[in-house]
Design a protein around this ligand. Structure first.
Ligand code: ATP
Ligand code: MG
Length: 252
């Protein structure tokens, strides 16, 4: 997909473009984004000129060999990092120009993250882990509990909400992480190798959960290097050497 509009754009044009994307239900739109790391006298283009468009309600898998730039791209999409070059609109907001503080704010509001290794607080109960993003968002204690319980219910873990991570199975831990990602009602759920640390059967259970969340209207982007996991999504973007090699719809 080529960038439709030439840079540089005026501030007004940039804002108009954001409004247009939002009106068209486009949650993610990158225009020729790059991420370049400088290591001594060497430049590594981890992401090199990616144009990607993802609509509200889509379920997308990003696939590619090790080192092809999947995690780097996810970190850009998830506002954990800023592109070296190019424009990125998240839900109509031009995030590629934002400061770290602004990025942190928009990330907490718009993005739910799920990681390969769960990243839960070891000493905190499932309920407390799910409440955390709401604490950062300044939600009152009573409302936090209510919403965290509802999120745990949505992943069928209501019965385990007082368990700590080491009192849960791998699949249950990942479900806590999914509940935590969803508790803020983000625009998009991002998952980097969410089944990578799970056995095959538990991985399938997590994929079934993702399918249900997708059917409920959530927008999901996941990274995987396993084809059978990617086939659960409805669209697969293949990345190679930091570029989009192929973008295909999965027929059902
Ligand atoms: N912080 C960094 N500094 C320098 N180079 C980096 C950095 N992070 C990633 N890279 C390089 O950028 C390229 C893409 O890395 P990335 O982690 O995005 O790959 P990946 O597709 O997620 O791989 P994997 O499947 O192994 O997780 C690699 O060549 C990597 O060595
Ligand atoms: Mg990776």
């Amino acid at each position: 997909m080529a960038s439709a509009v030439q840079e540089p754009l005026s501030e007004k044009e940039r804002a108009q473009r954001g409004e247009q994307l939002r009106a068209n239900g486009i949650v993610i739109r990158t225009y020729d984004i790059w991420k370049t790391y400088v290591m001594g006298d060497q430049e590594i283009h981890a992401v090199s000129g990616v144009d990607v468009e993802i609509k509200r309600g889509e379920y997308v898998a990003i696939m590619g060999p090790s080192g092809s730039g999947k995690s780097t791209l996810m970190n850009l999409i998830g506002c954990l990092d800023s592109p070296s070059k190019g424009l990125y609109y998240l839900n109509g907001n031009l995030v590629s120009d934002m400061t770290d503080d602004e990025l942190a704010r928009i990330r907490n509001k718009e993005i739910g993250f799920v990681f390969q290794t769960f990243n839960l607080l070891a000493r905190a109960s499932a309920l407390h882990n799910v409440e955390l993003p709401l604490i950062y968002a300044g939600v009152s204690s009573a409302e936090r509990q209510e919403r965290a319980k509802a999120a745990l219910r949505s992943v069928d873990l209501e019965q385990r909400m007082l368990h700590k991570p080491n009192e849960l199975s791998g699949g249950q831990r990942q479900r806590v992480a999914v509940a935590r990602a969803l508790v803020n009602h983000p625009s998009i759920l991002l998952a980097d190798e969410p089944t990578g640390a799970l056995d095959t059967q538990t991985g399938i259970e997590i994929m079934n959960l993702f399918e249900r969340l997708h059917q409920q209207g959530n927008t999901i982007v996941l990274v995987t290097h396993e084809l059978d996991i990617a086939m659960h999504a409805h669209r697969v973007i293949h990345i190679r050497d930091g570029k989009v090699e192929r973008d295909e719809a999965i027929g059902r």
